[in-house]
Design a protein around this ligand. Structure first.
Ligand code: HEM
Ligand code: HEM
Length: 232
């Protein structure tokens, strides 16, 4: 549990502002876009054009989310939720106890799953740029590397999709575990931005970053991906 410091207060209200709008929008866009990228790759043919555009969007959103992890609101920051291995082990060791702590942002295990999900999304989109389907489709950077390298990155693109599916499965299992066992509805918090916690829980005041900053960072991330495509 967060230490009670000057920054924290005892929760008296039933819910606390946790996830800002950019975190929530980006999250639900990931869900839609990952489904769209799988569907378009299954359909193949002309749908591969959509597959690539969906992939560029995911790449821009991952870049934005990483920047937001340093400059965004309190609970969006990596510094808020990335904890050392001992904290994670202690959390996991006591997770089934009735009095196990509640967290306003990501819990110590969830923090690492967020990093793993973002890394896997990044690897998937980045390898896609160099991938080829041996027929008509190739990523915009495939021509810049030897065909053996492109083939290798295509294999990584295929395998990493299974890694991503595994991480998403684990992610959903954790969310369902919290709902059914810990009686904590994390999903509604990801929709409304407000998390319901038992009264008396020590919470860190959630400082919200400016939405304009989010717009600027998203524009920079999109421009970086567009510049990459223009260069290619
Ligand atoms: C393609 C599928 C998905 C991906 C790639 C994904 C990815 C992520 C990521 C990266 C985060 C961290 C949010 C942040 O700090 O920016 C997150 C959190 C979260 N996701 Fe997902 N997600 C997926 C599907 C879902 C679905 C279907 C649900 C709901 C049923 C869900 C519920 C949540 C919740 C509740 C959190 C917050 C967890 C917490 O309170 O610590 N996710 N997800
Ligand atoms: C995170 C975003 C992405 C996801 C989730 C994704 C997912 C997939 C999946 C599931 C496949 C089918 C693999 C198979 O045949 O078993 C595939 C194939 C492919 N993807 Fe992506 N992809 C993404 C981004 C991209 C991007 C950005 C590009 C290029 C600009 C790209 C280019 C390709 C190509 C050329 C193939 C065909 C390779 C083959 O024959 O297996 N992908 N992708």
């Amino acid at each position: 549990m967060q230490e009670l410091t000057k920054q924290t207060r005892e929760l008296t209200a039933s819910s606390v502002r946790t996830w800002d709008l950019p975190v929530r929008l980006v999250h639900w866009m990931f869900v839609v876009l990952v489904f769209a990228s799988w569907l378009s790759s299954e359909i193949g043919g002309n749908a591969m054009t959509y597959h690539m555009w969906v992939g560029y969007s995911i790449l821009a959103l991952v870049l934005f989310r990483v920047a937001w992890g340093f400059l965004g609101s309190q609970h969006a920051r990596f510094g808020d939720f990335v904890r050392g291995p001992f904290v994670v082990a202690r959390y996991l060791g006591g997770v089934l106890r009735k009095d196990s702590p509640h967290f306003v942002g990501h819990n110590p295990a969830g923090g690492w799953s967020v990093l793993a999900l973002l890394l896997s999304l990044f690897v998937q989109a980045a390898t896609g740029l160099f991938a080829n389907d041996e027929i008509a489709t190739e990523g915009p950077l495939a021509g810049y590397v030897a065909s053996t390298v492109s083939d290798l990155l295509t294999t990584v693109h295929r395998y990493n999709f299974n890694v991503l599916l595994g991480l998403i499965g684990l992610h959903l299992a954790a969310v369902v575990f919290h709902l059914l066992v810990k009686r904590e509805n994390l999903i509604s918090a990801m929709v409304t931005g407000r998390k319901r916690l038992p009264p008396g829980t020590p919470v860190v005041e959630g400082r919200m970053a400016s939405l304009w900053l989010a717009v600027v960072l998203l524009a920079i991330a999109a421009a970086a991906v567009a510049a990459l495509l223009n260069f290619a």
